[in-house]
Each structure stands twice: as structure tokens, then as C-alpha cells.
Design a protein around this ligand. Structure first.
Ligand code: GLA
Length: 419
């Protein structure tokens, strides 16, 4: 043989093997890192929840607005069934959350106890049922001594509660702030987040301290959503003031971190069809969590047409994750809201708070569109409104709509030529 051999023979193969091993180690380590550095886990990132948790605003159902304390496992199972049968799950509503009143006591070991009469099968079995439907499951607690309805709070029990939820298979926890008067909200919610991390299950943390402690300044990174206001009511005045208040904090929102203007009242009977469409449109434009709060087992066709409008839901769930805001407030009850979307289009909501019909308009320059033609689609009429050209020169080039009292016209506008 012309080439030299080693005592082990096959020198060329041995060299190639060594070389590829060395290359594999280098590739695994990345530039500038040693194998030792790569192998050692980073405690900070090892404990972090997956970045995809609530990458878009959470959607689902919560018991509170319709059922208050009248909750039991029958209702939850029937609601889970209804979420599948009505198409709610397919439309994106995946979290089924039990609010206050499921819990009655703590055991001698400090473990929270679900109401043994109303939840006789236990929370683990209920979570299994909900998961079996393809849904995710959520519960409620409170960081004070007691919940808002006087049930045991989590003060002093962060770790044991988080571990219990993880063991049951909980995916979402709404955490309230009643009976917590002398506590530091940022500190307590951060401690609860850390307990959830230690429990080792990805669980969405829904912060509910009603905007009392300026959560928009500290809640991103602590929870995935935080309430910005006091509780919603099933009436137009409530929707109007909550939207105005929530609008003030648009800058704080983004993927994994959402302002929460509270759960939906659509379908609960206190507002007109137009008012509910406005409510839902505003929540979508504000990239709000969409938690239905009505009886999903008995929805009218009108209610379904709102909650299941996929084009409006797509505005809310847009991956760009920007909270839309008021771009024009005309002072006399006419507002224009705009949310930029990932594909370069804009969702624009014309809202009318007056007692009669109102004509409203925009120029493309007022909603961030370049001068020229743009395709306009009405998301409630589900109809193309044609190509509208505003070259920015003449006032009569404005885009104008007529909005009913307490109603909305919600459009999506794509700049440029027709697609
Ligand atoms: C507070 C919350 C509500 C609801 C109730 C339950 O008021 O803001 O959303 O959870 O408590 O008691």
C-alpha cells in the first residue's frame, strides 16, 4: 500500500470519522461556544414559558358574565360540547374557563378543594373531558386572602396552587385582586408567575387587578394579558367607556402581552344587534382577548353571526399583534379606529355614539395608507365595496360611510392595485 497505515489500520476512515465528529460538535455549539457551555442549562431560559404562549390574543369562554356563581361540571361539559358543535372551537375559541366559585376550602395540607357537590367528579376528570374535546381548560383564583366571592384566595399558597393546577392539567388561570388591599400587585403577580414556572406546565396567566396598579407598565412579561378597567356591564355605556380607557394603553400590547378590556357580553341580551357588533368590532380592533360570556348552549342566529364572523376574528388574531387605536375622534360622537395588519392592510372601524345615523369619512393619509387606489371590504356585510382612490388632492376623494346609531362600519383596506 502506498499510503501509511496506523496500528489501528484504515487511517483515512478514522480521520474522516474524527473530522465529522469535530464538525458535529462545532455545529451543535454554534460560533464561539464550547461544548461545556452548550451542555450547561441556563437557569433563566430553562424556566421561561414557551414564547408562543398567547402569541395572539387568547380566545375562549368564561362563565362569569352569564353564570356568575352558578357553575357546575354539567354546565362545563355541556359548554365544551357546544363549543365544538357550534363551530366556536373551529373559529378559534379554545379556552374554556371557570371563573369564581368553583372552590370551597383548603385541606389540612393547604391544597385547594373544588366544591364536592358541584364538581363531584373532580377537576382532573373535568380537565380531561375538556381536553378530550380539543379545548384547553382554565380556572380562576385571587391573590388576596379571599376571592371576590369570598372563596379561599391564593395568598401564601402560590406554589401549592400552581402545582395543583399543573397536576390537574390547567392551561389558563385568571388571577383576581380582591381582598389584597395592602399587597404589592407587581410583586405578588410576579411571584405567582414564578410559581407557575416552577410547576412546569405552560399556563396562560390572566392578570385581573382592573388597571388599579398601572399594569401596562409592568405586566408584559409577568402575565399574557391584564385587565385595564373595572368590570364590563351588558350595556352600551359600559362598552363605550371601557373602549376609551383601554385605548390609552395601546403601546403596551404585543404578541404574548395583551391589554384586556374584559370579557364579551355579546348574546347576553342587554344591547341591540348593532351595539353588540360595535362591541365585538372594537375588541377585535383593540387586539383584545375574545372570551365569550354568553350561554353557548343557546345562541341565536344573530349572536352566532357576530361571534363566528371569521373576518372580524382575523382582525383580532392578526399575527402582527398591534393594538389598534382611535385615529380620529370628531368630538360629537364619531370615532375612527385603525389597526394595522400583517399583510399591509388596515382594519378601520367607524363608530357612532350618537342617537342618529352619522356619515363618517377618512382620507387615506389619516389611516396610514399611501395615496392612490385601495381595495375596500366590509367585514360585517361580507361584501366588496370596490376600489376607492384617494390621491390626497381633493376633499371629495375621501372614503365615506353611513353608520347607524351606536353602530359600526368595519372595513379592511388593502393599498395598491386590486389583488
Ligand atoms: C371580579 C372580576 C370579574 C369576576 C369576579 C368574580 O369582579 O373583575 O371579572 O372574575 O371578580 O368574583
Amino acid at each position: 500500500m502506498a499510503h501509511s497505515t496506523t496500528p489501528h489500520g484504515r487511517p483515512a476512515e478514522a480521520f474522516v470519522l474524527l473530522l465529522s465528529l469535530a464538525l458535529a460538535v462545532l455545529a451543535a455549539c454554534g460560533p464561539g461556544k464550547t461544548a461545556k457551555e452548550t451542555a450547561a442549562p441556563n437557569p433563566a431560559t430553562a424556566a421561561a414559558p414557551p414564547p408562543a404562549l398567547a402569541a395572539v390574543p387568547p380566545m375562549g369562554f368564561n362563565t362569569w358574565n352569564k353564570f356568575a356563581c352558578d357553575v357546575d361540571e354539567g354546565l362545563i361539559r355541556q359548554t365544551a360540547d357546544a363549543m365544538v358543535e357550534t363551530g366556536m372551537l373551529a373559529a378559534g375559541y379554545k379556552y374554556l374557563v371557570i371563573d369564581d366559585c368553583w372552590q370551597v376550602d383548603r385541606g389540612p395540607d393547604g391544597r385547594i378543594i373544588a366544591d364536592p357537590k358541584r364538581f363531584a367528579g373532580g377537576m382532573k376528570a373535568l380537565a380531561d373531558y375538556v381536553h378530550g374535546k380539543g379545548l384547553l381548560f382554565g380556572l380562576y383564583t385571587d391573590l388576596g386572602t379571599k376571592t371576590c366571592q369570598g372563596r379561599p384566595g391564593s395568598l401564601g399558597f402560590h406554589d401549592i396552587d400552581a402545582a395543583t393546577y399543573a397536576e390537574w392539567g390547567i392551561d389558563y388561570i385568571k388571577v383576581d385582586w380582591c381582598n389584597a388591599d395592602n399587597l404589592d400587585a407587581r410583586k405578588e403577580y410576579t411571584s405567582f408567575r414564578d410559581a407557575l414556572r416552577r410547576a412546569g406546565r405552560p399556563i396562560v396567566l390572566s392578570i385581573c387587578e382592573w388597571g388599579r396598579n398601572d399594569p401596562w407598565n409592568w405586566a408584559p412579561g409577568v402575565g399574557q394579558l391584564w385587565r385595564t378597567t373595572a368590570d364590563i356591564g351588558d350595556d352600551w355605556a359600559s362598552v363605550a367607556w371601557i373602549a376609551a380607557a383601554n385605548n390609552l394603553h395601546a403601546d403596551a400590547a404585543g404578541p404574548g402581552a395583551w391589554n384586556d378590556p374584559d370579557m364579551l357580553e355579546v348574546g347576553n341580551g342587554g344591547m341591540t344587534f348593532d351595539e353588540y357588533k360595535t362591541h365585538f368590532s372594537l375588541w377585535a380592533v383593540m387586539a383584545a382577548p375574545l372570551m365569550a360570556g354568553n350561554d353557548l348552549r343557546a345562541m341565536t342566529a344573530e349572536t352566532k353571526s357576530i361571534l363566528l364572523n371569521g373576518e372580524v376574528i382575523a382582525v383580532d388574531q392578526d399575527p402582527l399583534g398591534v393594538q389598534g387605536r382611535i385615529v380620529i375622534d370628531r368630538g360629537y360622537g364619531g370615532q375612527v379606529w385603525m389597526k394595522p395588519l400583517a399583510d399591509g392592510s388596515k382594519a378601520v372601524a367607524f363608530v357612532n355614539s350618537t342617537a342618529g345615523e352619522l356619515a363618517q369619512y377618512v382620507r387615506w393619509s389619516q389611516i396610514g395608507l399611501p395615496p392612490g387606489p385601495a381595495r375596500v371590504r366590509d367585514l360585517w356585510a361580507r361584501a366588496e365595496l370596490g376600489v376607492h382612490a384617494d390621491t390626497g388632492v381633493r376633499f371629495d376623494e375621501r372614503f365615506e360611510v353611513k353608520v347607524p346609531s351606536h353602530g359600526v362600519v368595519l372595513v379592511r383596506i388593502w393599498p395598491g392595485a386590486v389583488r
